[in-house]
Each structure stands twice: as structure tokens, then as C-alpha cells.
Design a binder for this molecule. Structure first.
Ligand code: AMP
Length: 275
């Protein structure tokens, strides 16, 4: 497994590659969710490149950029075991050699990026689009493999690829969960034991909501959010939206998806479930 830290080495490897390439971008601290994407990528491309980079551009003020877990040695061992071909682990001087203050940014489509997480994390999706556009231009993959865990991010990046005519196919793999339903996330490690005990209620609520075909989404959301708040889970948003363009849908119907962001103590978790 090749490990590249700088752009010249990555480009040199890329130029000599025959066959198709899939890119799986990550921020490291890898778990079974990330590994499932590597496996999906292996079924769809001849070579798999995983990038590991905690992108400062996509964190807002007061968010967990400094605390975000960085576990490179364990990550490399997991990727080696998964049979990954190559890893790109740039640092800030590789990704943003002229600094971040006066950078050309990729602006995501408003309709997709100003709702849900975008409404609560200003600038987040511009940071995501900018770093992923750079990773795509650096590695020139045929396939970009993302997780449904971050469903809005998937749709924002898919739209970016379309709007910028990037020659890449964007696919998403299903969310991997703990046995009790909690979506695997690097941020789960911030949870106290009590919070970890409460956290599966988030997925349980989504699963129940997804079964209420034909009902008014806003009414269902209000009562589900009230139950979660009662249990000690602060709901940032709980909304039913169309999978393709994230427009709000008033009734629970096929083609829609429930989206939630919630806080347990200081930890912010997101999840989503299709109906
Ligand atoms: P991250 O390292 O959190 O930036 O995530 C990197 C990629 O892994 C993104 O495409 C995520 O959507 C995906 N991912 C994160 N958690 C999961 C999960 N539990 N199941 C499937 N994919 C995931």
C-alpha cells in the first residue's frame, strides 16, 4: 500500500496507473463505515485511493477542529487490511500552500447547501466542496465514493460534479451502524457512557417516522422531536425532504428521507433514513 504525503508523489503514481480509480475521501479516525466504502469502491474500480485529511475549511468557529481525533497509524493498518491500494495524507501546506485566508472557493448550489446542516453551519459546504474539488483534481479518479451517513454532503458534491462538468461518477454507500442502531461516526467517541446509552434513540425515532406513509411530516416531526427533547436529546432539526434535490416535502412519501441533527451534551450527531 503506497502512502503519499505530497502532491508530486501522488501525481507520479496516478500517471503510471492503468485501469480505473476510485477515491474515498475521509477525515481519518476510520471505522467500519469508512471501510465499507473502501469495499464498495473495490467492487467498482481497479484501484482505490483513500484520502485522510481533517479539512479546516469545513469547520466553523467553536466547532471541534482542534479536538477532532487523529489516529493515522491505526487508520493505515485498517486500510492495509482492507486491501486499499494507496493513501493520500496531505497536510495544510499541501492542500492550502498559500494559506486559507485568500483562497478561491467552490460555492455549492444554494438550494442544496443552505438547508439542513447548511443552515446551522455557515460555510461548511463551501469548505467541503473546495477540498473535494481539489482532491478530485489532484487524483483524477473515475469514481467518487461517499457515505449516505452524510446524505446532504453526497447530494451537494454530486451536484458540484455535474455543475462543474467534473469527469467523475459520484456514488454513495449505505450507513453502517452499531448493533443498537447508532450510525457509526468518529464523533461517537465524544459521548459519555450516559449519552451513548441515549444516542440509539435518534435512529429509533427516524425508523418509526419512516413508517408513517401519507402522514403530514411537520406534525410527525414536532411530536418526535418533543419525545427526543424529553429524553435529553436537543434536536437542531428534524425534517422530511426529497432525496434528489432536498426540497421540503409536506407528506411522508416514497422518494423522501428523514434528516436529523441533534446534540447530546456538546456532541452533535447527524443521521438520516429513507422511507
Ligand atoms: P468523514 O471521515 O466523517 O469525513 O467521512 C468520510 C466518508 O465516510 C464520508 O463520505 C461519510 O459519509 C462516510 N461515512 C461516515 N460514517 C459512515 C457510516 N457510518 N457509514 C457509511 N459511511 C460513512
Amino acid at each position: 500500500m503506497a502512502v503519499f504525503r505530497d502532491l508530486a508523489a501522488l501525481r507520479h503514481w496516478r500517471q503510471g496507473l492503468r485501469g480505473s480509480l476510485a477515491l474515498v475521501p475521509t477525515m481519518g479516525n476510520l471505522h467500519e463505515g469508512h471501510v465499507s466504502l473502501v469495499r464498495l469502491a473495490q467492487t467498482r474500480a481497479d484501484h482505490v485511493l483513500v484520502s485522510i485529511y481533517v479539512n479546516p475549511l469545513q469547520f466553523g468557529r467553536g466547532e471541534d477542529f482542534a479536538a477532532y481525533p487523529r489516529t493515522l497509524d491505526q487508520d493505515l493498518a485498517k486500510l492495509q487490511e482492507a486491501g486499499c491500494n494507496a493513501i493520500f495524507t496531505p497536510d495544510d501546506s499541501v492542500m492550502y500552500p498559500r494559506g486559507k485566508r485568500d483562497l478561491s472557493l467552490v460555492m455549492p448550489a444554494r438550494s442544496l447547501s443552505k438547508v439542513l446542516c447548511g443552515a446551522h453551519r455557515p460555510g461548511h459546504f463551501a469548505g467541503v466542496c473546495t477540498v473535494v474539488a481539489k482532491l478530485l483534481l489532484m487524483s483524477q479518479p473515475h469514481l467518487l465514493v461517499l457515505g449516505e451517513k452524510d446524505y446532504q454532503q453526497y447530494r451537494v458534491l454530486q451536484r458540484m460534479a455535474t455543475d462543474l462538468d467534473l469527469p467523475v461518477q459520484v456514488v454513495a454507500g449505505p450507513t453502517q451502524r452499531a448493533a443498537d442502531g447508532l450510525a457509526l461516526s468518529s464523533r461517537n467517541r465524544y459521548l459519555t457512557p450516559d449519552e451513548r446509552g441515549l444516542a440509539p434513540r435518534i435512529f429509533a425515532a427516524l425508523r418509526e417516522l419512516a413508517q408513517s406513509h401519507g402522514a403530514m411530516a411537520a406534525d410527525l416531526a414536532a411530536s418526535a422531536a418533543a419525545s427526543l427533547v424529553q429524553a435529553g436529546i436537543a434536536v437542531e432539526y428534524l425534517e422530511f425532504r426529497a432525496e434528489d434535490d432536498l426540497r421540503a416535502l409536506s407528506r411522508v412519501e416514497a422518494g423522501g428521507r428523514w434528516f436529523i441533527a441533534a446534540r447530546l451534551g456538546s456532541t452533535r450527531l447527524i443521521d438520516n433514513v429513507g422511507v
